[in-house]
Every structure is written in C-alpha cells, then in structure tokens.
Design a protein around this ligand. Structure first.
Ligand code: TGC
Ligand code: FAD
Length: 388
C-alpha cells in the first residue's frame, strides 16, 4: 500500500474536499494507470483508453466552471490532481496539463461564448483530445520569433507553418495554434482534425515520456474559418498566460513522481540486505533518504503557497517559474538518488524509478527549460532580461 510522505503535516492545510479529490484520483491511478503504464512506456504507446476515464474522474478542466463541463474547483485541487496523476506517470499528467491548461484554459479565457460551448464540454469529458502548438523547429525558448503565420483571405484565414514537439498532436481533435497575423501579432487559432492541408505526424524514438504521444503540426495552406480565431487576446502574452497555468500544475505534478520514487526506495532499502544488514542501516543510504524527504517537503510547501496566491489571483509568472524550476530539478535528483538505492534493480521496469527519471528529462525541458526559468527569476530580481 502506497504511503506518501507528509513530514510537515501538509495534510492539515487541506480541506475535506481536497482530501476526497486526492483519494479518488489516487485510487484511479492505482487501479487504472499502474497496471498498464510500464508496458505502455516500454512499447512507446499512449494508453488511449485512459482519456475517457480521465474525463470521468474530472482530470480535465478541474478549475473550469461547471457550466462548461469543468468542476469549478480551486487551484489547490488542480495541483493535487496533477500530483496524483504524475505519481502514475508524467505522460498521464502531461495529457491532463495540455488538455486543461493549454487547450481548455485559452478557449475559456480568450474564446467567445460559442467557442466555449462548442469545445469545452467535449474536452472536459475526454470525448475530444486537445493539443497546444507554440514550439517550432527553429523557435523553442524564443517563441516570439515564430514563423507560423496566417493571412486574411476575406471569408477565411490561410494558415502556413509548422509546430514541433507537440504533446498529443497526432491524436488531437482540436489544436490551439499560435501564429502571427499580417501585422506580426501572435494570435490563437483553433485548428480541427481533418482540415485540408493539415497533418500531424508522430515523433518516434523518444527515450523520455514514452507513454505520451508527441508529434508535429504542419499547415500547408490550411483554410481556417474566421470563427476559429480566439478573439480576446493579442500578442505573446496569450500563450504565456496558458504556460503560467501549466507550469503551476507541473510544479505540483512532479512531487508525485518524486514521492513514488521515495516510497519505492525506502521500501527497498528496508528489505534489501547486504553485509547481513538492511541497506537502510548504512549511513550513506540514510543520507540519500533523509535528503530526498527534505527536498520533497520543501517542494510541498512551495506549491502550497503558490497555490494559495493563485487562488487569490496574486501569483506572479516569476513565482510560478521558480516553483516549476525548483520542483522539477528536485524530482529529477530524487529519481536519480532513488535509482542508486536500488542498485541494478533501479534500472529495471519492475520498479517505476527509471521510467520517472527518463520522463523528468522532458519535464525539465518543456514548458520553459530549466535555464529559461532561471533567467525569468534573474529578470524579476534585476529588471534586466538576459535572454538576448
Ligand atoms: P517578452 O518580450 O518578455 O514578453 C512578451 C509579452 O508577454 C508578456 N509576458 C507574459 N505574460 C503572461 N505570462 C508570462 N509568463 C509572461 N511572460 C511575458 C510580456 O509582458 C509581454 O507582454 P506585452 O503586452 O508587453 O507584449 O517575451 P520574450 O520574447 O523576450 O520571451 C520571454 C520568455 C523567454 C520568458 C518566454 O518567451 C518563454 O517563457 N520562453 C519559453 C517557451 C516555453 O515555455 N515554451 C513552452 C511550449 S508549450 C510546452 O512545452 C508544452 S509541454 C506539454 C506537456 O505538458 O506535455
Ligand atoms: P532551445 O530553445 O533550442 O534550447 C536549447 C538549449 O539552449 C536549452 O538548454 C536552453 O535552456 C538553452 N537556451 C535557449 N535560449 C537561451 C538563452 N537565452 N540563454 C541561455 N540558454 C538558452 N511545445 C509546445 O508548444 N507544445 C507541446 O505540447 C509541447 N510538448 C512537448 C513534449 C515533449 C516531450 C518535449 C520534449 C517538448 C515539448 N514541447 C512542446 C516543446 C518544449 O516546450 C521545448 O522543447 C522547450 O520550450 C525548449 O525549446 P527547444 O527544445 O527548441 O530548445
């Protein structure tokens, strides 16, 4: 039975509703994710049947109002859901992050009422899968220089360009795509599966996030109906606002991966004997376990505070960057140290640690790299952007 660490009694800060949500998602991960995820990752496939189940358990759009199919919950609930999903696998949390923060959030925040009613309930239920296209082959950390663009042709927009490294693009029914208009302003377009000239090839051969489907979005003179333009935002702040929400979810999510590694390593250290003693009795292993628990505890407190600030609409993008950066690095280090505690067994698919570790190599890169988040903090401190 999974026994998550709670060294500083963070549970006391949660409401009964938070605990009920956590328990429901945890049970679902135990029942539906754990039994299939290792094989899916080994086979480099996404367990597609989980999408509708995720819709049923409320993993998509927890903070979107009920009117649109969401659950109308607070930001702490969103964070808790992300932690529990990522305890199963970062790929499962990724699917929920993209659907919630990168597809439902922009349609809810920047869309009109018709767009909200058309897309949000189907995305919330998992009937439709969403993708978010910002990164391009030549512009990753620097999306402001994107080349994808559209022209106003009177009755429709003509979209050309390509996006790369897009979670769920090959299976997406709906993609929120960021492209420049004729004046060079970044705008959001809703691109639907099957539009002529639009393809979404799969990216194969990943060693990380193997249970997540990644692909491209390629637009070759795609006619986009004018009603598919998100009317209420112009400029790079549109996609960056979506990223604030997704990065916040990741800061919570990776704690789940770290906790799963810690739980596995602690049990193993207590059971595995060398030199006639459990390896947990050796100081070097205790050092690893003690430091892991310290870092997980600090990460829990960090996201708790950001969550409260987010509930009050006071969390700044730079605060969110700090928590994403700190917690992903923490989780990656926890995974590496936990893997060592298991010795050779640490690389085996019989345990989840190596899978988490490999996944986290993507998580530390996507939604803004580790370096970019540091530079965002640097800019916040000094007022000087060191990007250029
Ligand atoms: P800059 O000139 O600084 O800013 C442009 C405009 O945006 C505003 N802004 C923000 N607004 C809201 N939230 C934020 N976090 C914002 N950051 C900036 C800014 O005020 C300005 O507004 P305005 O009105 O003056 O025009 O932009 P820059 O071109 O210098 O770039 C800044 C930088 C490097 C921080 C930014 O571009 C960045 O964050 N780069 C990283 C790119 C990134 O994170 N890509 C993620 C792609 S999506 C993804 O990875 C999904 S993974 C999916 C999964 O979970 O599976
Ligand atoms: P680059 O920007 O080329 O960076 C390469 C290196 O240079 C990095 O170490 C970076 O930190 C460093 N660097 C860059 N600029 C600077 C600077 N100014 N100062 C110092 N160092 C710098 N994108 C989407 O739009 N949608 C998705 O759904 C999505 N899903 C993804 C799923 C996966 C599995 C992965 C791996 C990526 C995904 N991405 C997605 C893309 C992701 O957001 C980008 O990979 C990321 O933003 C970095 O861009 P890049 O890979 O082009 O790296």
């Amino acid at each position: 039975m999974y026994n998550p660490p709670d060294y500083y009694l963070v549970d006391d800060l949660l409401t009964e509703e938070h605990k009920i949500i956590r328990s429901a998602i945890r049970d679902w991960v135990e029942r539906s994710v754990k039994p299939v995820i290792e094989e899916a990752a080994q086979n480099h496939t996404f367990p597609l049947h989980l999408i509708k189940e995720m819709g049923k358990i409320g993993a998509f759009g927890p903070f979107i109002p009920e009117k649109y199919g969401g659950s109308g919950l607070d930001q702490i609930s969103y964070g808790i859901i992300m932690t529990e999903l990522e305890r199963g696998d970062s790929a499962i949390r990724s699917a929920a992050s993209v659907q919630t923060s990168l597809v439902m959030y922009p349609i809810f925040t920047f869309g009109n009422e018709e767009q909200r009613m058309k897309y949000l309930p189907k995305l919330a239920s998992g009937e439709w899968v969403g993708a978010f296209g910002l990164t391009e082959p030549n512009y990753g950390s620097d999306p402001g220089n994107m080349l994808t663009h559209f022209e106003d042709k009177g009755d429709y927009f003509l979209l050309n360009g390509a996006k790369m490294w897009i979670t769920n693009s090959p299976i997406a029914d709906v993609s929120v795509v960021w492209a420049k208009d004729e004046s060079g302003k970044v705008r959001g377009l809703i691109v639907e599966k099957g539009m002529e000239g639009f393809t979404a090839p799969v990216t194969k051969g990943k060693w990380s996030l193997r249970a997540s489907i990644t692909g491209e979005l390629v637009f070759d003179n795609v006619r986009i109906p004018k009603e598919n333009l998100l009317p209420n935002v112009k400029g790079l702040k549109g996609p960056l606002m979506c990223l604030n929400s997704a990065r916040y979810g990741i800061a919570w999510g990776v704690i789940g991966a770290a906790m799963d590694c810690y739980d596995t390593a602690l049990r193993y250290a207590l059971e595995r004997k060398q030199f006639n003693k459990p390896i947990a009795s050796f100081q070097l292993q205790q050092k690893k376990l003690a430091e892991i628990l310290t870092e997980i505890t600090k990460a829990q407190l960090l996201v708790w505070r950001v969550g409260i600030l987010k509930n009050e609409d006071r969390a700044t993008p730079a605060q969110i960057s700090m928590s994403k950066r700190n917690n992903v690095e923490m989780a990656l280090k926890v995974a590496r140290d936990s893997r060592q505690i298991l010795g050779a067994m640490g690389i085996s698919g019989d345990f989840p640690i190596m899978r988490h570790m490999m996944n986290l190599e993507s998580v530390i890169t996507y939604e803004g790299t580790h370096d970019i988040h540091l530079l965002i903090t640097g800019m916040d401190i000094t007022g000087i952007a060191a990007f250029e």
